[in-house]
Design a protein around this ligand. Structure first.
Ligand SMILES: NC(=O)c1ccc[n+]([C@@H]2O[C@H](COP(=O)([O-])OP(=O)(O)OC[C@H]3O[C@@H](n4cnc5c(N)ncnc54)[C@H](O)[C@@H]3O)[C@@H](O)[C@H]2O)c1
Length: 260
């Protein structure tokens, strides 16, 4: 039980990477506050944890809304009296389009969810993390950190690059409170993320590059799984990584070494 007695906030917990992480954290003894946009999308995650004798509560909030985030963070502490781990993971791909076609409000939406949402998730948790120390893990991407050939995914990539800078700034600021802050950069992972992507007219701007068959070297092209990413998040959340802070870890089967 690597997380016995710990309380964890996990955003985007209704699906994908965060759902797998929520289940793994609960198996490792953590009490899980599973945050998502609707109660319905969290039902399965919470039920699966409870059926496995784990502890979880659903929290409904939009990570880009300050009042909602402040309120749900308070709810966690009211329920369990502490907060030790924050997995700031919820995000969207948003609109991928040529810069001339990308509307300012489309730009804002991606920045607000992915970057402001990360800021708010961490900001409201800090007063509680400070009480005993803790671990924050942020989900960035290979896009914006090692891969820049996804032309049109500009807003998305900017948010993912900024999350790395955010991690390093806050890691140093919070080190004296024994709060570690790290960032993971997944490559292609099989989840619902494509449902949050709107692609428009990308043919006109993308370079016609052809990568060799199996562009994920470690798996001959097969994407990673949410469960594999969850194992990395568990490591960064647990005391096994007690001297690691302010760093990024790529988890992509070598994809970003081949595609840049
Ligand atoms: N799947 C991939 O290939 C991949 C690669 C690199 C990075 N990522 C990153 O991983 C993270 C998780 O994505 P995923 O792949 O598990 O996809 P996903 O779509 O399955 O999960 C994202 C979750 O975030 C939630 N969410 C979105 N906007 C929200 C908001 N405003 N407030 C609260 N919740 C919100 C969604 O409802 C969903 O449950 C994202 O930050 C994404 O950018 C994914």
């Amino acid at each position: 039980m690597q997380l016995a007695g710990k309380v964890a906030l996990i955003t985007g917990a209704g699906s994908g990477i965060a759902k797998a992480t929520a289940k793994l954290f609960a198996k490792q003894g953590a009490k899980v506050a599973a945050l998502g946009r609707t109660k319905e999308e969290l039902e399965d995650t919470v039920a699966e944890i409870q059926n496995d004798n784990g502890e979880a509560i659903p929290l409904v909030a939009d990570i880009s809304h300050p009042e909602e985030m402040q309120q749900v963070t308070q709810q966690i502490v009211d329920k369990w009296g502490r907060l030790d781990i924050v997995f700031a993971n919820a995000g969207i791909n948003g609109v991928w389009a040529p810069i001339e076609e990308l509307a300012p409000e489309e730009w804002d939406k991606t920045i607000n969810v992915n970057l402001k949402g990360t800021f708010l998730t961490v900001k409201y948790a800090v007063p509680y993390l400070k009480k005993q120390g803790g671990s924050v893990i942020i989900t960035s991407s290979v896009n914006g950190t090692r891969i820049f050939s996804n032309t049109g995914a500009t807003a998305y990539s900017c948010t993912k690059a900024a999350q790395v800078a955010f991690t390093k700034m806050v890691a140093l600021e919070l080190a004296k409170h024994r709060i570690r802050v790290n960032v993971i950069c997944p490559g292609a992972i099989e989840t619902n993320i494509n449902e949050s992507t709107q692609r428009r007219d990308l043919e006109s701007v993308q370079e016609p590059v052809e990568f060799p068959e199996g562009h994920i070297p470690l798996t001959d092209g097969k994407p990673g799984t949410s469960e594999q990413v969850a194992q990395l998040v568990l490591f960064l959340a647990s005391d096994a990584s007690s001297h690691i802070t302010g760093t990024e870890v790529w988890i992509d089967g070598g994809e970003s070494l081949l595609k840049a």
